[in-house]
Design a protein around this ligand. Structure first.
Ligand SMILES: *[C@@H]1O[C@H](CO)[C@@H](O)[C@H](O)[C@H]1NC(C)=O
Ligand SMILES: *[C@@H]1O[C@H](CO)[C@@H](O)[C@H](O)[C@H]1NC(C)=O
Ligand SMILES: *[C@@H]1O[C@H](CO)[C@@H](O)[C@H](O)[C@H]1NC(C)=O
Length: 173
């Protein structure tokens, strides 16, 4: 059997299983002892199952959900208290990293709740003396489910680029 036929057969047996790209997520990371936004590509490979393409996110410690009042437009500079995934379910979040030293257009991200509402916060105080500022300026409540990562370590990843993930990086979500 020629290799091309094997490939065809596997594709057929696999049915609708698609070859998804890796999972990208905006991260509040740190460099030069200040917080900065980066677009990370997680090392977890896509795994087909349950009719989905699945990406392993690891283990969590004491997850919680927060409800933030509408029009929360004043924010103070802060660090991630622990390395965590944030799932913004509803509302609007604005994050800025004013001390990153990167060009200004890379220091800002607006995240609306929903499809592209995932984020990793990893700018712990010990690696970022200057953290990030968060506000929740939506006219409705913002709801965020927080999943602190067991061991307080970011997931294995590579940095796609400085600044938040773009529409192109999140196109398949
Ligand atoms: C850290 O700062 C130095 C000096 O300003 C700069 O040359 C270097 O590129 C910075 N590193 C990163 C990762 O931005
Ligand atoms: C939030 O701001 C909007 C627009 O200014 C306003 O219509 C709304 O009443 C405010 N909501 C609260 C709870 O203050
Ligand atoms: C991740 O980013 C790359 C580069 O922008 C893109 O090709 C890929 O489709 C993205 N993955 C998803 C799941 O959106």
């Amino acid at each position: 059997m020629k290799l091309s036929s094997v490939t065809t057969m596997l594709t057929f047996v696999g049915g609708a299983v698609s070859q998804a790209a890796a999972f990208n997520i905006t991260a509040i990371s740190a460099a030069n002892n200040t917080a900065r936004l980066e677009c990370w590509q997680l090392a977890s490979p896509p795994i087909s199952g349950r009719g989905a393409v699945n990406f392993d996110l690891g283990d969590f410690d004491k997850a919680f959900v927060g409800i933030i009042p509408p029009n929360t437009t004043t924010g103070t500079i802060n660090n991630a208290a622990q390395v965590q995934y944030s799932l913004i379910i509803a509302g609007l979040v604005h994050i800025s990293t004013p001390h990153s030293g990167l060009p200004a257009n890379l220091n800002d991200v607006w995240i609306t709740g929903g499809r592209q509402g995932m984020l990793i916060a990893a700018d712990l105080k010990e690696i970022a003396a200057q953290g990030h500022v968060t506000t929740f300026p939506g006219s409705e409540r913002t709801i965020i489910a927080q999943f602190p990562i067991a061991g307080n370590k970011p997931p294995a990843h590579r940095i796609l680029h400085a600044g938040p993930c773009t529409w192109k990086d999140l196109a398949e979500l």
